[in-house]
Design a protein around this ligand. Structure first.
Ligand code: ZN
Ligand code: ZN
Length: 323
């Protein structure tokens, strides 16, 4: 008697599972002088297309910032080829879960800045990276600094203020920023003049924003500035929720946040009921790019899925007009 054939569906699932196993995402940045960003853009686009990668790459006169997904073997080739450009030699590539399908296309763009601080004319880079930035310290050195200097040490959040609502270093200073463009105004406001003589540790998600921020701070009279090497991600890998960090880490993909352990503290408050939550959702107004911090209970009411009353009103008016 003939063996019944295995159902096709199982085969398909197994194949896609294997495909996923062979894929990853690479994250990296490198500050180095780039004389001709347009030429580099064409080279990177051709390279990525030839390796069937997808993702986003930004190139400016100060360096490169990229996130690309694809087959592991292709990503290895990508690293090797990219490092052949002298300025990108020492680039640290971080591997992360995911793959090609996490991106709609391969986008390589040139801009005046790889992170928009509106500081293109102020930022100085040479072959060693940003000139005049804060001293890089590893997570263990952060703890050593706090042991030695105690309460004198100030943690300074280098992200957008909303990110700190669900997670930050204990007692950190959180500037009033909607985007990185707001930092210069904040630094020059006088609000932080009292910490200019103290040891200041800047931190952000993966470290790139602090490279720029710490140099802007030093240019404005902050005397002793440190930046955490590899950012919160690296710190979390080392100390999890058993160190000086508190809460969840906001991330810019569909996950919205990552926790470092099973006992992550919930420090956020629901916009509507003030109950504890670290759950961010996209504002339900399609034209709004903001997020709403909302608890799982309030989330069940579709009327509350707006980050402001204005956004809710706009949708209501739109619906009424369409009816
Ligand atoms: Zn709530
Ligand atoms: Zn909104």
């Amino acid at each position: 008697m003939k063996q019944p054939a295995a159902p096709d569906i199982a085969l398909t699932e197994e194949m896609s599972y294997n495909t996923l196993l062979m894929q990853k995402i690479l994250l990296y940045y490198k500050f180095t002088p780039i004389r001709d960003p347009e030429t580099l853009k064409l080279w990177q686009k051709t390279l990525c297309d030839s390796l069937n990668l997808r993702g986003r790459i930004l190139i400016s006169p100060h360096g490169i910032n990229g996130t690309v997904g694809g087959d592991i073997e292709d990503l290895k080739k990508y690293i090797k080829a990219t490092k052949e450009f002298a300025g990108f030699k020492g680039t640290v590539f971080k591997w992360s879960e995911g793959g090609r399908e996490d991106f709609p296309r391969m986008s390589v763009k040139t801009k005046s800045e790889i992170v928009a601080f509106d500081a293109a004319d102020e930022l100085r880079v040479d072959e060693n990276g940003v000139v005049g930035g804060g001293k890089h310290i590893k997570p263990k050195e952060v703890h050593k600094l706090v042991e030695e200097r105690g309460d004198e040490v100030v943690f300074f959040d280098g992200r957008n203020a909303y990110e700190a609502k669900i997670g930050k270093f204990k007692n950190a200073v959180v500037p009033d920023t909607r985007t990185s463009r707001d930092f210069i105004k904040e630094l020059e406001s006088g609000k932080y003049d009292h910490i200019k003589d103290k040891p200041v540790v800047t931190y952000c998600t993966g470290g790139i924003r602090c490279e720029i921020l710490s140099s802007l701070m030093k240019n404005r009279g902050f005397k002793e500035v440190y930046q955490i090497d590899g950012g919160i991600v690296k710190y979390g890998e080392t100390y999890g929720d058993d160190g000086l960090w508190e809460g969840s880490l906001h991330v810019f993909d569909d996950r919205m946040k990552v926790d470092f352990s099973d006992n992550t503290k919930v420090i956020g408050e629901c916009t509507h009921c003030q109950g504890p939550t670290n759950n961010y959702e996209n504002c339900a107004f399609a034209n709004c790019n903001d997020l709403v911090l909302i608890c799982l209970f309030c989330k069940q009411n579709p009327d509350l899925l707006y980050h402001t009353d204005e956004c809710r009103a706009k949708v209501k008016i739109g619906a009424a007009a369409g009816a």
